[in-house]
Design a protein around this ligand. Structure first.
Ligand code: PMP
Length: 433
């Protein structure tokens, strides 16, 4: 029996499903989840000493690769001064300045510990600021596990084929309007019907939790226009895309060029460099509606934790334009190689792209995936054999077809070649599924 199997068996006696986050249980792909003990650069090593090229990158944070020397040094230095003070620290402002320097629409910022807290606070703030109750979200977009946004939420719910979560009251669900992604006419219609009551539209800057979906030309700009026209807020969820799809996230690739800015942004993952930090930020008048200045309450014992701030500052400082050039280039190389390998085996697929994010969808034909219905209509069964073939060849992919593949600035030629060599056999496995 492998160590991972023994560890999983023990974990199952202690934790629901043996995990602390559902997709880690390998529910869609089957088999034994690998228990990880070490990660450096583009590699991650399991409890049996097997090394994998890592295409999960902690689900996004490891933009620089694992254990980047600057980040580890900053964390070690911070640790030597204490782990948590429960008081303000200089590093919080340093990280806020780095964020603001990249995303000028972030006039004020509030640090929290997880992406879920960031979106939860943004939703409460939007309601408090506008005095309205309804929130619009898009099917297939995941914003964390807050009650009001768990309907048709992608990510682990897509993996487990759940329409929503038990435990969310009908009253809460009724305050969320779920619309099809990439459909501005549906947004216009929702505002025509309920415009006076809609506090905010929340959207993933580019969806990556139903697999990756490209926001259609003008979609995000249209959301900005419609929300502004109706006095509602646009919450641009960059928890996954922020500081990953470019120095200024997905907004930097779209809004910055097109001349629109969301009212609120949410960030997570890269901003904490692998430690638990996330944030919301945006318009001064909206952000200052938060306590202690305003009536919307939010707080956190570990918010702005000094060790996490040090990791975030070191990560954003080391994430120079050359890191983004590497990730962009590797993303193009890998998605092309993936497509070539699948085409060679006659596997109907689309490689879904948004900036440097990508994922694969099977059986989607030339049409590809534009919304949650498309994502759910795909041949999910082809992913498990594909995934396990890659795993056997030493490549660690996300254990669900509904997740993006993550690269880092540390994915060098040696790591990429290992992935390329693994692809033909995996494509064959997908073909014969
Ligand atoms: N928003 C988006 C777009 C995400 O991808 C995620 C997590 N994958 C979240 C919010 C929630 O973040 P967390 O898991 O840190 O709560």
């Amino acid at each position: 029996m492998t160590s991972s199997q023994e560890l999983f068996d023990r974990a199952k006696t202690l934790m629901p499903g043996g995990v602390n986050s559902p997709v880690r249980a390998f529910g869609q792909v089957g088999g034994t989840p690998r228990f990880m003990v070490d990660a450096k650069g583009p590699y991650i090593t399991d409890a049996d000493g097997r090394e994998y090229v890592d295409l999960v990158c902690s689900w996004g944070p490891a933009l620089l690769g694992h254990s980047h020397p600057d980040v580890l040094a900053a964390v070690h230095a911070a640790v030597d001064h204490g782990l948590s003070f429960g008081a303000s620290t200089p590093a919080e402002s340093e990280l806020a300045m780095l964020v603001k320097g990249r995303v000028p629409g972030v006039e004020h910022l509030r640090m929290v510990s997880t992406g879920t807290e960031a979106t939860m606070t943004a939703v409460r703030l939007a309601r408090g600021y506008t005095g309205r109750d309804l929130i619009v979200k898009f099917a297939g977009c995941y914003h964390g596990h807050l009650d009001s946004l768990l309907a048709a939420a992608g990510s682990g719910l897509a993996t487990l084929a759940l329409p929503g979560s038990a435990g969310v009251t009908a009253a809460t669900a009724a305050q969320t309007l779920v619309l099809p992604y990439n459909d501005l006419a549906a947004v216009e219609a929702a505002f025509a019907a309920h415009g006076e009551r809609i506090a905010a539209v929340i959207t993933e800057a580019a969806p990556a939790n139903m697999g990756v979906v490209t926001p259609g030309e003008g979609f995000n700009a249209g959301l900005s226009r419609i929300t502004t026209a109706h006095g509602a807020l646009l919450i641009f969820d960059e928890v996954l895309t922020g500081f990953r799809t470019g120095p200024a996230g997905y907004w930097g690739l779209t809004g910055a060029e097109e001349g629109w800015t969301p009212d609120l942004f949410t960030f997570g993952k890269v901003i904490g460099g692998g430690l638990p930090t996330a944030a919301l930020g945006g318009r001064l008048d909206v952000m200052d509606y938060l306590a202690p200045l305003g009536p919307v309450y939010q707080a956190g014992t570990l918010s702005g934790n000094p060790v996490a701030m040090a990791a975030g500052v070191a990560t954003l400082t080391a994430a120079t334009s050359s890191v983004y050039e590497i990730v962009d280039a590797r993303s193009l190389e890998l998605s092309a190689a993936l497509s070539t390998a699948l085409a060679a085996e006659g596997v109907d697929h689309s490689v879904q792209r948004a900036g440097n994010l990508f994922s694969v969808a099977f059986g989607t034909g030339a049409h590809g995936v534009h919304n949650y219905d498309d994502a759910q209509a795909q041949e999910v069964f082809r992913y498990a054999p594909f995934f396990h073939s890659m795993l056997d060849s030493g490549v660690y992919l996300p254990p669900s077809v509904f997740e993006a593949w993550f690269l880092s600035g540390a994915h060098d030629d040696a790591a990429m070649n290992r992935i390329f060599e693994a692809l033909p056999a995996a494509a064959k496995a997908a073909a014969s599924a």
